[in-house]
Design a protein around this ligand. Structure first.
Ligand code: URA
Length: 437
């Protein structure tokens, strides 16, 4: 078998056998198949797709390309949540301690920001000393002791995805349903989970702009979970505008702390509770989402959720002083305002423009090896449907580097559009896909 034969067959709309896919992924991971051939294959898959059988083997081959966590000795159900990526999406940070405080084990493996979407690891690492990289043994020890680990993917977990994702990013082949589904599910299945809650983003700031595409992505991932015996539930949620008010690394930690104190923005709080309730039912500690929600509210109002965040932070080497006093987190030296040109209602608060703008300020990275500036970002003061008067502040641009500010500013000042007639607020949770049994 040669890579060229397989590329040509997929290019012409044919199907690949299980053995061919296993060979392709194994040889690419080992470095025998070069990037240029795999790039051509990815583009062929991007255009032609994979059928159900091909996708199952593709995902399985990625999953077994490296080590798989073994957590069965730790009692209790292990449930994780994964977002397909968004702007201002810090939900994992308040969610994990809230759900952990209610007794579900969370072996959470998050990613770094790439492109216009932020990454949970970058945000957590603005807490001085916070470690996110662990060996499989350390990961299991932390999970057994604290019930929650907020870690990153190790070098050895799903190495095929590490290589494939970087190649997709450089070849315009990221937003393809089979490639996203296999990338996410191979990593999540390697965590030895009993259940997974997916937050599939839809809209301007998401990989999937249309509900129909996002629904197909969610259904595909639910089916992959079913075939492996892992329960998967997906919520389709709105990513036309940023989530919450803060977009930036340190400021999103501040907003997460507010949420853990019950004082977070309405959309962050609502989505955290909705995803958390699914996790508690999946984790078998609640019998309905209503009961689960009440448990989460109690964990917040009693302070147990915040205490859990402090416990996790301490266990992972972080300085808890910044959690008690978020003013100690890095702050940008300059602030510029975006103001409303006319009175009216906010019609557009563009997640993509805010995300790209924040990245250009230095909050995100365009290439994997770029450094980030934890202090810079954008505060969103007006969201879709809000009434504003001429001159009101729509957003605050917090910056340190004047060149970076110069390239980000035009995008950010153009991110809002005001209508002279009322605009309904946008729907946050669009649909739920999957079943517990
Ligand atoms: N997140 C992933 O882990 N993989 C993708 O392909 C897209 C989002």
């Amino acid at each position: 078998m040669t890579a060229v034969e397989l590329i040509e067959r997929k290019r012409d709309g044919g199907t690949l056998t299980g053995n061919e896919i296993r060979w392709l992924i194994a040889e690419y991971t080992a470095g025998t198949i070069p990037d240029y051939q795999m790039s051509a294959m990815l583009m062929a898959v991007f255009i032609r797709g994979l059928n159900g059988e091909e996708l199952t083997v593709w995902t399985e081959s990625m999953l077994t390309s490296g080590e798989v966590l073994e957590l069965s000795a730790i009692p209790g159900r292990k449930v994780d949540k994964h977002s397909t990526g968004g702007v201002g999406d810090k939900i994992s940070i308040p969610l994990a301690p809230m759900v952990g405080a209610c007794g579900v084990k969370i072996p959470m493996m998050s990613g770094r920001g790439l492109g216009h979407t932020g990454g949970t690891l970058d945000k957590l690492e603005t807490i001085p000393g916070f470690r996110t990289s662990f060996t499989a043994g350390e990961f299991a020890t932390l999970l057994a002791a604290h019930g929650v680990v907020l870690g990153g993917q190790s070098e050895h977990l799903v190495p095929a995805d590490r290589k494939l994702y970087a190649l997709r990013d450089a070849t315009g082949t990221v937003p393809a349903i089979p490639l996203i589904a296999s990338s996410i599910m191979s990593k999540k299945l390697a965590e030895d989970l009993d259940g997974l809650v997916l937050d599939v983003k839809v809209g301007r700031g998401a990989f999937m702009e249309e509900v129909e595409q996002a629904r197909r992505l969610a259904e595909t991932m639910v089916e992959i979970g079913d075939l492996r015996g892992t329960k998967v539930i997906a919520l389709l949620t709105n990513m036309n505008q940023p989530l919450g008010r803060e977009v930036g690394n340190a400021s999103e930690i501040r907003e997460s702390i507010d949420t853990l104190h019950g004082e977070g923005p309405e959309d962050i709080t609502r989505l955290t509770y909705a995803l958390g309730a699914e996790m508690l039912v999946m984790g078998d500690v609640a019998t309905s989402v209503d009961e689960a929600r009440a448990m989460l509210e109690e964990a917040v109002s009693s302070g147990r959720a915040f205490d859990k965040f402090k416990e996790i932070t301490l266990a992972q080497g972080g300085d808890t002083a910044v959690l008690d006093n978020p003013d100690l987190l890095p702050k940008a030296t300059n602030e510029e305002l975006v103001t409303a040109p006319i009175s009216g209602w906010v019609k557009r608060c563009d997640a993509l423009a805010v995300g790209v703008g924040a990245m250009r300020l230095g909050a995100g990275r365009q290439r994997k090896e770029d450094d980030i500036d934890p202090a810079v970002g954008v505060t969103v003061e007006a969201k879709i449907g809000d009434r504003v008067e001429q001159g009101d502040v729509l957003g605050r641009i917090r910056w340190n580097d004047s060149y970076a500010y110069g390239v980000a500013a035009p995008l950010l000042t153009d991110a809002w559009e005001i209508s002279d007639s009322p605009v309904p607020p946008s729907q946050l949770i669009i649909e739920r896909i999957g079943a517990y049994v």
